[in-house]
Design a protein around this ligand. Sequence first.
Ligand SMILES: Nc1ncnc2c1ncn2[C@@H]1O[C@H](COP(=O)(O)OP(=O)(O)OP(=O)(O)O)[C@@H](O)[C@H]1O
Ligand SMILES: CC(C)(CO)[C@@H](O)C(=O)[O-]
Ligand code: BAL
Length: 282
Amino acid sequence: MTELVHTRADLAKARATLTGTVGVVMTMGALHSGHETLLRAARERADHVLVTVFVNPLQFGPNEDFDRYPRTLEADLEVCRRAGADLVFAPSVAEMYPDGQPRVRLDPGPLGGELEGASRPGFFHGVLTVVLKLLQLTQPDLAFFGEKDYQQLTLVRRMARDLDVPVEVVGVPTVREPDGLALSSRNRYLSEPERAAALSLSAALRAGARAADEGLDTTAVLTAAHTAFDAGTPGARLDYLVLTDPELEPGPLSGPARLVIAAWVGATRLIDNAAIRLAPRP
Ligand SMILES: Nc1ncnc2c1ncn2[C@@H]1O[C@H](COP(=O)(O)OP(=O)(O)OP(=O)(O)O)[C@@H](O)[C@H]1O
Ligand SMILES: CC(C)(CO)[C@@H](O)C(=O)[O-]
Ligand code: BAL
């Protein structure tokens, strides 16, 4: 049975009945098969699965889609039931932030201002603040995050390490449509032509990975990725396409690396990334 709670008091009561290990999957709702894969990964690793559904105003900029973000709790509960979740915590904004906007927020450090953070100022302050609050409220042994939001996963891992948060952060590989598009709640904003244009992101990643597999250097890998992006159905506008270290740290690249991309498709901003294996530097 999947229990739904909306308040911290009810969460605390329900959490106290869960014996054994607890895995948490934090979401903003509008659940899709990507989320379901996270839930199933949690089901495999932990005795109990706790899902949070909260559209966190703190991580949205003033001109972003907080108001129109899809809110589909009934359908989300069905996904949670199907995946065998024990407990769903779906608080209101007032329940999470009873004193209004918190004055104390987590500082994500230098990486928080790069890539997603450069385009979405304050985004990772908002994400890490709510993630830490949700960890405190749910007290999990394990927390599952998707690789689709690779910088978020990296920063949550770093926060747990740097601040000695007693949780194991587990990354789950990106779930894709058969044509390569990474599943994302924001895909439901896309019109048919926009969806075709959105394939430019995964096409760029595949081309970059192929070039790396052929032993090409970092410049050629990036060129291949850019060329594939530009060759896609018109309509996607690149924000960034960056080849970086797997920890998103600066420095020379050799061996394992990560290709990360963000682009606007109409009014929708999409992100994606892929593991790349570069030839070792001579
Ligand atoms: N395609 C996917 N594969 C694996 N994990 C995913 C996928 N999409 C989302 N997740 C993960 O699910 C968790 C909750 O994400 P969220 O609710 O923001 O969904 P989303 O699809 O990323 O939404 P949005 O479109 O708003 O970015 C995050 O850890 C996220 O990385
Ligand atoms: C981790 C998260 C639930 C925090 O609001 C959100 O950023 C998301 O859904 O990836
Ligand atoms: N999917 C990560 C949360 C966000 O984009 O707001």
